[in-house]
Design a protein around this ligand. Sequence first.
Ligand SMILES: CC(C)(COP(=O)(O)OP(=O)(O)OC[C@H]1O[C@@H](n2cnc3c(N)ncnc32)[C@H](O)[C@@H]1OP(=O)(O)O)[C@@H](O)C(=O)NCCC(=O)NCCS
Length: 177
Amino acid sequence: MTRPSLACRRFTRTDLPQIRQALIDVHHDAYAEAMGEEFPQRFPWFVDHWGGHPDFDCVIAFDADEPVAFAYGAPAAPYRETWREHLVTAPVKSRTFSFSELAVRTAWRKTGTSELVVRSLLGERTEDLVVLLVDTEHPRVQALYESWGFRKVGERQPFPDAPVCAVMLAELPLRDG
Ligand SMILES: CC(C)(COP(=O)(O)OP(=O)(O)OC[C@H]1O[C@@H](n2cnc3c(N)ncnc32)[C@H](O)[C@@H]1OP(=O)(O)O)[C@@H](O)C(=O)NCCC(=O)NCCS
């Protein structure tokens, strides 16, 4: 694996107007094969939704000036975490970061870029847990998250037109890869 020389930069809600198009462009490239489907086309709405969260936290990796990957999320509201209905006993320490989206442009795949942005984002989080959703029909992506310490705790369909997703949970800090 050749790791390109990338710089990660961190952004918050106030940066959204400056980074919004970069997120949409990286997402469009990363999901190129799926862009004929309706759900991925709604991504700009999700960017505005998550980017409008007061504690929105986003890392973008740049190759020189070109944005090539991103990871973002925001703290979950206590007692409304997506893992809660799937665990019989809630963890004692349960402050949770909701990891909403990860995308790497196709030309930068299999270079460690996804791990770079994920660890850059989550490495600074002070919550106890991190939760995410991944399409159950994408088992290789689920395996990637498992390699970073996530485990599937259940399934949910977040919206009627969204895919059925695995709910994946990990403790923070993430274990070393
Ligand atoms: C997921 C992603 C960030 C991983 O990047 P990476 O670490 O460079 O790893 P890869 O691109 O090789 O992906 C890992 C595996 O998942 C598969 N995969 C990646 N995205 C996929 C998708 N959207 N649908 C189905 N399979 C996918 C790859 O084909 C690969 O399978 P392989 O190991 O058999 O070759 C990147 O593939 C991506 O941006 N995908 C599109 C967006 C996405 O699915 N994000 C995750 C949302 S939960």
